[in-house]
Design a protein around this ligand. Structure first.
Ligand code: OSB
Ligand code: MG
Length: 369
């Protein structure tokens, strides 16, 4: 296809409840959408970058700027397909969430024109995917227990608790007491340090599915040491930026489960390569989330339909995040979300919702460029 122009759409989306992790609290998302307009039709993508560089280095403003100045211009001349976005933009280092948003939009346009669903294109094998819910840090343990109870009542059969030093054993004990058989896991978002090894090792008593990213992304050796002394599997999120990072982490024994996020690894196609590498090595993966709108969620659900996505995804129903999503809502069925079957991402972007939320559009190339 030939891309005529790309609209970068910024929209503030208030969350239904604040989401607190070891790196901070979010009340709203500063969402960045990528809308590709081409000779074969249009496509949508979402960059997973957040408003602040607290999860990783990227943030919405930087993602938008890099898209405008370098990533979008790299796909504006000649014929381009989704698979070309990575190679064409390889000169830009990092900014994986920005790149992922552009690749997603180009793939969506390409597949809509071809009449093929994203899940089919990626090699998905399931019509529905198991999902769980990621529960933020709450002001009190009682509130946490109440929130978890609410999600279990909604149908979620896997719960992830955010933990950090000072918010771990006590909340875990309280939630376990109420839900002895619930599939439970924790995510520290790199909040612990070497001195916490004994404390983290004590989480074995809670029968968790896994512990996600206890230490800083570069601390692969520390993760390996922890993995060697615990019965609970270690999963990495922030440490895994590419297939190379994945191979290195696995070679070092730093994890035995991999969280795959489209934005963190630079796009759906790199996400699939990580999935394939892990499948070859007998390592289970699952699909992480970044509080996406229905657009990024559709891509995540398609990805999670691939065969080696073994653990439930961090992809909840639209109403866990938004009063009004930007697409038709994703609805929980049991503890699953249905994989869209329409062409491309298989969703329709609600332009009225965008307008009502005060979305701001920048067009690249702009007038006079
Ligand atoms: O570490 O998995 C994470 C949300 C924002 C940033 C990082 C993470 C998360 C989540 C929520 O845990 C996953 C979701 O429901 O989208
Ligand atoms: Mg995580």
């Amino acid at each position: 296809m030939r891309i005529e122009r790309v609209e970068l759409v910024r929209v503030a989306m208030p969350l239904v409840r604040p989401f607190r992790t070891s790196f901070g609290v979010q009340q709203a998302r500063d969402v960045l959408l990528v809308h590709v307009i081409s000779d074969v039709g249009d496509g949508w993508g979402e960059s997973a970058a957040h408003a602040e560089p607290f999860y990783n280095e990227e943030f919405t403003e930087s993602a938008a700027m890099v898209l405008e100045r370098w990533l979008v211009p790299a796909v504006l001349d000649g014929s381009v397909a989704g698979a070309d976005v990575g190679p064409r933009t390889a000169q830009v280092k990092g900014y994986r969430a920005a790149r992922a948003g552009l690749e997603m939009a180009v793939l969506d346009a390409e597949l809509r024109a071809a009449g093929m669903a994203m899940a089919t294109h990626l090699g998905g094998t399931r019509a529905s995917v198991d999902v769980g819910v990621s529960v933020g840090i709450t002001p009190t343990v009682d509130e946490l227990v109440q929130q978890v109870g609410g999600y279990v009542d909604d149908g979620y059969r896997r719960v992830k608790l955010k933990v950090m030093p000072g918010w771990d054993v006590e909340p875990l004990r309280a939630v376990r007491a109420q839900h002895p058989d619930l599939a439970l896991q924790v995510d520290a978002n790199a909040g612990y340090a070497a001195e916490h090894a004994d404390l983290i090792a004590s989480f074995d008593e809670f029968g968790l599915l896994m512990i996600e990213q206890p230490y800083a992304p570069e601390e692969l050796q520390l993760h390996a040491q922890l993995a060697a002394r615990m019965s609970t599997p270690i999963c990495l999120d922030e440490s895994i930026l590419s297939t190379v990072h994945t191979a290195t982490a696995l070679d070092l024994g730093a994890c035995s489960i991999v969280n795959i996020k489209v934005g963190r690894v630079g796009g759906l196609l790199e996400a699939r390569r990580i999935h394939d590498l892990c499948l070859e090595r007998g390592v289970p993966v699952w699909c992480g989330g970044m509080l996406e709108t229905g657009i990024g969620r559709a891509a995540n659900v398609a990805l999670a339909s691939l065969p080696n996505f073994t653990f439930p995804a961090d992809l909840s129903a639209s109403d866990r995040y938004w009063r009004r999503d930007l697409t038709e809502p994703f609805v929980l069925e049991g503890s699953q979300l249905r994989v869209p079957t329409g062409p491309g991402l298989g969703i329709t972007v609600d332009r009225d919702a965008l307008a009502e939320l005060g979305a701001v559009v920048r067009t690249v190339p702009g007038a006079g460029t």
